[in-house]
Structure formats: C-alpha cells, structure tokens
Design a protein around this ligand. Sequence first.
Ligand SMILES: *[C@@H]1O[C@H](CO)[C@@H](O)[C@H](O)[C@H]1NC(C)=O
Ligand SMILES: *[C@@H]1O[C@H](CO)[C@@H](O)[C@H](O)[C@H]1NC(C)=O
Ligand SMILES: *[C@@H]1O[C@H](CO)[C@@H](O)[C@H](O)[C@H]1NC(C)=O
Ligand SMILES: *[C@@H]1O[C@H](CO)[C@@H](O)[C@H](O)[C@H]1NC(C)=O
Length: 283
Amino acid sequence: MKILISLFLALYNGRLSQESNNAGSFQLVKGKNVPFHNFSLVPNNSPLKLSKIICFSQCLRNEFCSFVVYKNSICSLHTEYALSRLVLDTNVKVVFQKKFIFDHCISSPCMNSATCVNKLDEYVCLCDDGFFGTNCEKNISSYSCPADNYRLNETDSCKPCMTGFTTLNNYPFNCYKIDGNRTFESAKLFCQSLNSFLWRPKTLTERNIYNPHWRWAESKITYVGQPYVWPDGSKVYGMANGEPENMGENKYLHENVLMLPHVSVFCDFNSQHEFLTICQQLS
Ligand SMILES: *[C@@H]1O[C@H](CO)[C@@H](O)[C@H](O)[C@H]1NC(C)=O
Ligand SMILES: *[C@@H]1O[C@H](CO)[C@@H](O)[C@H](O)[C@H]1NC(C)=O
Ligand SMILES: *[C@@H]1O[C@H](CO)[C@@H](O)[C@H](O)[C@H]1NC(C)=O
Ligand SMILES: *[C@@H]1O[C@H](CO)[C@@H](O)[C@H](O)[C@H]1NC(C)=O
C-alpha cells in the first residue's frame, strides 16, 4: 500500500509544478455517464483528448473541479454540482471523484467557528458572522468608523460613503444603497447608473445585510450547471444546501442568477423576478 502511494505521488509530482509536494488522488465513483456533454463543466474547460494523468492533474489544479469524466481518452472536468446530475449507468465506469491526500484543515487553522475548505495548496476559511481575516481572527469591532464611513483595512483611514450610500449592520468595509424591487438586469443597470455595483456579498457577515428581504446578488450563468462566480472570476461560497438546482431540470436553463431569500445563503433564481436592489459602492 505504502509503495503504491509513493509511486502515485512520484507520478503526480512529475506532472505537477515543483513547488507542490501535496497531491490528490482520484477515486472511481459508481459507474455513471453524463447525460449532456456540457453539464457542469468547470469554467473554460472543453473536453479534450488527454492522457489520464494529465487529465487528473488538471483537475487537481482547478479550484472548480470535483469530478473527472474520462471516457475513450476524452477528459472533461466537472464541478461539485455535477454528480447529482450524472445519469446512473453501472456499465460505464468513467466518473472519478477528486480527493486531496493532504488536508490543510487538519490543524484547524480557522478561528471563531469558521468552516475550513481544503484545497490543493492551501485552505480557505469561511468566517462566521462578524469575523474576517485569513483565519477569521479579526472582528468587526476593530474596524469601527463614524456613521456612514468605511475603511478597507486596519491601516486605511475612515472615509465617507458617496452621497446617498450608507454603511449597514455595522459592516464597515463598504457602502450601500437599497432601492426597491427590480428584475436582475434592471437592478444591475440601476446600480451602474449610480456609478456603483449590484451587491456582491463575499462574506457571511455581508450576506446577512438586509436579511430577511429577498435580494439579488451579482452572479449570472449562461448554461445549465455552470458554477456561479463573482464578476472578478472568484468562486461563490455560501450556497444553500442542494443549490443551485435549476428547478431540478438538466437541459434548459430556468434559473440563471443568484439571490438570497430570507436567509444568508444563496439560491439560484430566474432573473425576470423582482427582488430588492442593493447597490454597493466598491467592487
Ligand atoms: C455548451 O456550452 C457552450 C458554452 O460554453 C454553449 O455555447 C453550448 O450551447 C452548450 N451546449 C449545450 C448542448 O448545452
Ligand atoms: C474583537 O477584537 C478585539 C480587538 O481587536 C478584541 O479585544 C475582542 O476580544 C474581539 N472580540 C471577539 C468576540 O473576538
Ligand atoms: C489598506 O487599504 C489602502 C487603500 O485605502 C491600501 O492603500 C493599503 O495598501 C491597504 N493596506 C493593507 C495592509 O492591505
Ligand atoms: C419586494 O419583493 C418581496 C418578495 O418578492 C415582497 O415581499 C415585497 O413586498 C416587495 N416589496 C415591494 C416594495 O414591492
């Protein structure tokens, strides 16, 4: 067993960049096949003819990749949302699940009740409400500013929000304007017309702003199973359990944008509905 693992590591280290001595493995999950060629492909991935080892190492390196479908030497990388949509076919053993060998969360680096997400070269802490910083070691009270002033970090000074914008719920890192129910696109245009951005809440504390109102967040997809990202390309964390689900439909896109219903986790929704517009001053 040990020899096998060493061999495995040696093989992977040959393919991966030298800075990494951590690696992952791939475990065959139940024989399954993919119903739609595109479904839940990681962003910018199109199926290619590749050796299995290169295929797997591409998945290891890709934050969005959770599953590989490797069939007839064609490699496609799929997101965490793919598995529940992969059609059961026990004769076709082509789906592999990514597992990291090294667990960066094992030392419990995240503080103040945060959740640790293990990645290939690092971990990410998802902070509990009110906490910030790489390890969620900082809290809001250390960032206080006069009313309707914001500051980006400890060394930054407090600056007033632009006219019509305010800070909310003691969240000191951005300024917001709340302005009625709109469709997703008109909410986005409205915020642009004020030289601001439709809401992009990246932390739990920020997601709690204006809870329990039903409110839009600026993330949109164009095909079924595409993972939701922020306009800067970073992954959206904080989905509700079982979301996004596109109303259980695999073929046609029914729900293409993100919103928060009366909770602090994201759901997918149809952009034609009208929900609360929250504009934020900084991207
Ligand atoms: C596959 O995805 C591309 C965009 O990435 C899209 O243009 C194409 O229509 C999709 N094909 C199917 C069958 O959904
Ligand atoms: C918040 O941070 C301050 C110092 O920055 C500290 O004194 C206080 O104990 C912290 N509160 C919590 C709940 O961690
Ligand atoms: C804090 O924010 C200011 C921008 O207002 C930036 O110039 C500075 O580099 C930041 N400092 C740190 C330590 O991130
Ligand atoms: C906005 O939409 C929510 C949920 O759909 C609804 O409960 C609320 O009454 C609406 N507010 C206005 C001002 O229309």
